[in-house]
Design a protein around this ligand. Structure first.
Ligand code: DAT
Ligand code: MG
Length: 140
């Protein structure tokens, strides 16, 4: 175990329902610290670039349109084992499969409108943090 940083997005379905604070509290209560945060409205270029790994998937167009549909809050989270810890707090991609007490079980509307993103590996966390934040925007 080690102190890590991971990347999180509070997605459009959640910002639209005014859940930024409630979701951030679940992350904080789970042991993670918000060391960077900003509310942005993603451009098409940002949404396509961020999710480029999924561009061959049938839901790619829908995913990009969704991520541009309302503002999002992008965050850097820090803590013990932060990448795995954040994935635990988020719950499974499909809210029907998400464990009780997780963000997605509590708030997600569907597999697509599932309230949060979290990096799936330390390597991807570094790439995703750099995609949205400059070093001087992260204050540990
Ligand atoms: P996760 O966000 O849990 O890492 P993922 O990386 O497999 O999941 O997919 C990225 C996002 O794409 C996911 O949060 C919501 C959307 N998505 C995934 N599978 C989908 C599906 N079968 N139908 C619609 N959207 C989907
Ligand atoms: Mg993923």
């Amino acid at each position: 175990m080690a102190i890590q940083r991971t990347f999180s997005i509070i997605k459009p379905d959640a910002t639209k329902r005014n859940l930024t604070g409630a979701i951030t509290k679940m992350l904080e209560d789970g042991g993670l610290r918000v060391v960077a945060s900003k509310r942005i409205h993603m451009t098409k270029e940002q949404a396509e670039g961020f999710y480029a790994v999924h561009k061959e998937r049938p839901f790619f167009g829908e995913l990009v349109e969704f991520m541009m549909s309302e503002p999002v809050v992008v965050q850097v989270l820090e803590g013990e084992d932060a990448v795995a810890r954040n994935r635990e707090i988020m719950g499974a991609t499909n809210p029907e499969e998400a464990a009780p007490g997780t963000i997605r079980k509590e708030y997600a509307l569907s597999i697509g409108e599932n309230s949060v993103h979290g990096s799936d590996s330390l390597e991807n966390a570094e790439i995703e943090i750099k995609f949205f934040f400059n070093d001087d925007e992260i204050v540990g």
